[in-house]
Design a protein around this ligand. Structure first.
Ligand SMILES: [Zn+2]
Ligand SMILES: [Zn+2]
Length: 339
């Protein structure tokens, strides 16, 4: 099979011929039809995340089941499925025995998870073998191209919104209108929340309104000036922007951090800044994939047309271009490789 292979840390992706995987017991063989590029693929390639290379990265994988291994009972040939980052947990370590969702952080979560594109072959390949339990069925009528980015970006943003525990009357602000943020605005709006987009890029104001934002502001003080938000979803890659947006967090408001920023440390601003985190009884929550019910819900929003990921597609032969464009920031939303 052909795959986008990363030969070494910091090396360019190459389209190579690799041995096609066989489905083991309990596994399905997926003929990949689309795989989205998550920014963590770039970090694996450049060594910021020190696993997955050399190898095939990718964990936004959708396709069709073309073979099943021994003992598979919930999937059949012809099923359209999605699979994501965590393929399997060890089931035996302290965390698994507490039924805790895996975080992927060594030593603080499952001792030996099987992770797509990190510990085993990832999704930027024509075929992927995955445990049947690591797949979800795609809703009918949903295209592979639109489903792919939901397997991580959509799953992450919808899980994050839910992790903030929004109540019906509350307002949601989304910081950053990029790969995650453009979906977060749509999910918040589709779920019925008054939604405010917070972006420093003036050229994204009109887009944010088109995505469904009720209002667009540039920073935390502007957010405060229009009444603030009960939930702030921090989707960008800037802790500076996250700290600034706290100016607009209402009393008892929750900030949910989804991005993996590396510009500066996150420091809770002191009262001298006008942000009184303690007196306001605020919370900061980290969020990632929270369980397959959230992935199914995230896919359903897209299948029913309430949320539409903004994608650029690249055939596998152009995977290297796709990588370069994502790494350089030229892809503003989501790049999807097609097969
Ligand atoms: Zn991801
Ligand atoms: Zn475990």
């Amino acid at each position: 099979m052909r795959a986008a292979y990363v030969p070494a840390v910091d090396a360019m992706w190459e389209v190579r011929e690799l041995r096609r995987p066989e489905p083991g017991p309990g596994e399905v063989l997926i003929q990949v039809r689309a795989s989205g590029i998550c920014y963590t693929d770039i970090w694996s390639t450049t060594g910021v995340i020190p696993v997955g290379v050399p190898g095939v990265v990718g964990h936004e994988t959708v396709g069709e089941v073309v073979a099943v291994g021994d003992g598979v009972h919930s999937r059949v040939v012809g099923d359209r499925v999605a699979t994501t980052w965590i393929l399997q947990t060890c089931g035996r370590c302290e965390y698994c025995r507490r039924n805790k969702p895996v975080s992927g952080v060594a030593g603080l979560s499952c001792a030996a998870p099987k992770t797509s594109g990190f510990s085993v072959q990832g999704g930027h390949a024509e075929y992927l073998a995955a445990p049947e339990a690591a797949t979800v069925l795609l809703p009918e009528g949903l295209s592979f191209e639109l489903a792919a980015p939901v397997a991580c970006a959509g799953y992450t943003t919808w899980s994050a919104l839910c992790a903030g525990n929004p109540r019906p009357h509350e307002r949601v602000a989304v910081v950053g209108i990029g790969g995650l943020g453009h979906m977060a605005v749509q999910y918040a709006k589709a779920a019925g929340f008054e939604t405010i987009a917070l972006t420093h890029s003036p050229d994204k104001h009109a887009l944010a309104l088109k995505l469904g934002a009720d209002e667009v502001v540039s920073d935390g003080r502007e957010l405060a000036a229009i009444g603030g938000a009960d939930i702030i979803l921090m989707t960008g890659n800037s802790n500076r922007a996250a700290m600034d947006s706290l100016h607009g967090l209402r009393p008892e408001g929750r900030m949910v951090l989804i991005g993996l920023p590396h510009d500066t440390d996150f420091v809770i601003p002191g009262p001298e800044t006008g942000i009184n985190f303690v007196v306001n009884r605020n919370q900061i929550i980290g969020a990632t994939h929270s369980g397959f019910e959230y992935l199914t819900q995230a896919l359903d929003f897209v299948a029913t047309g309430k949320v539409t990921p903004m994608i650029e597609t690249y055939p596998l032969a152009r995977a290297t271009d796709a990588y370069e464009r994502v790494a350089s920031g030229a892809v503003r939303f989501r790049a999807v490789i097609t097969y």
